[in-house]
Design a protein around this ligand. Structure first.
Ligand SMILES: Cc1cc2nc3c(=O)[nH]c(=O)nc-3n(C[C@H](O)[C@H](O)[C@H](O)COP(=O)(O)O)c2cc1C
Length: 240
């Protein structure tokens, strides 16, 4: 092919790519932001409204994990691994480890203000009691361990390469009528949980995510401090 023909071909490729890019942008502009915002504002920590009687098909978990791993990782390392537990005996073992930590931990909060209404505590106690009945647990893992006293940079790079994908997973579940809650209490017994599941001690467990369909799907945005009060412009505490 001569130089002119090659240039014509290259121009045609660039034009096609430009048209594709513009079409993608148009699609983004016309897609339904409201439903995305709805998922972002109503993905709650679900405990009492997990449907303990409805099985969760493995395919649904895989679909949500497929979406989850579109998340970023430091240096594109993708050191994530997912241990999905739907075996009843293993869930019971993990729930017992969770309870061993949760009972004294939540009990401590209970004694701080006995008799005071505390919906988050009530809901956390409910989860502790019923955890083994939740049909699926997902344990997000990351290859490697942090050093004993990590620098902030090391800590941020390490957990920053697993937590975004976990939240993606929880959003994907919500968009399909399932609920979840990010929990960390079983990590007090991380090694015991690792032994139960064959997770080597060179790998870090980041959480335990109980997963189930939700009872109803009408979740609401949570009360949060106005963003204007907690956003600083150019200087610490400069809110305008
Ligand atoms: C780092 C982290 C650890 C958490 N650990 C637990 C836990 O062990 N058990 C639990 O029931 N909830 C746990 N949660 C859930 C929080 O309690 C929950 O996100 C919070 O109450 C806000 O609720 P919302 O997400 O519905 O607004 C944890 C959340 C985060 C981000």
């Amino acid at each position: 092919m001569g130089i002119r023909a090659r240039m014509r071909a290259a121009t045609a490729v660039a034009r096609r790519s430009d048209r594709r890019h513009r079409r993608d942008l148009d699609l983004m502009a016309t897609s339904d932001n409201t439903s995305i915002d709805h998922v972002l504002t109503t993905t709650r920590a679900v405990r009492k409204r997990l449907d303990l009687s409805r099985p969760v098909p493995r395919d649904v978990v895989l679909d949500c994990l497929r979406l989850a791993i579109q998340a970023p990782t430091g240096g594109n390392s993708q050191g994530w691994r997912w241990v999905v537990v739907d075996d009843a005996e293993k869930r019971a073992g993990l729930a017992a480890l969770y309870r061993k930590r949760a009972e004294p931990y939540l009990g401590g909060y209970r004694t701080l203000a006995p008799g005071t209404a505390n919906p988050v505590l009530d809901s956390s106690e409910y989860l502790t009691e019923h955890l083994h009945e939740v049909p699926v647990f997902v344990i997000p893992c990351i290859l490697g361990r942090l050093p004993e006293t990590p620098t902030n940079e090391e800590g941020a790079g390490f957990y920053g390469s697993i937590l975004p994908t976990v939240w993606n997973f929880q959003l994907a579940l919500r968009s399909r009528g399932l609920g979840s809650v990010f929990t960390t209490l079983h990590l007090a017994y991380e090694r015991e949980a690792g032994e139960l599941l064959g997770i080597p001690d060179t790998v870090t467990q980041a959480a335990l995510i109980p997963v189930a369909y939700t009872v109803g799907t009408d979740f609401k945005p949570a009360a949060r401090r106005p963003v204007e009060q907690i956003t600083y412009w150019n200087d610490w505490k400069q809110t305008s």
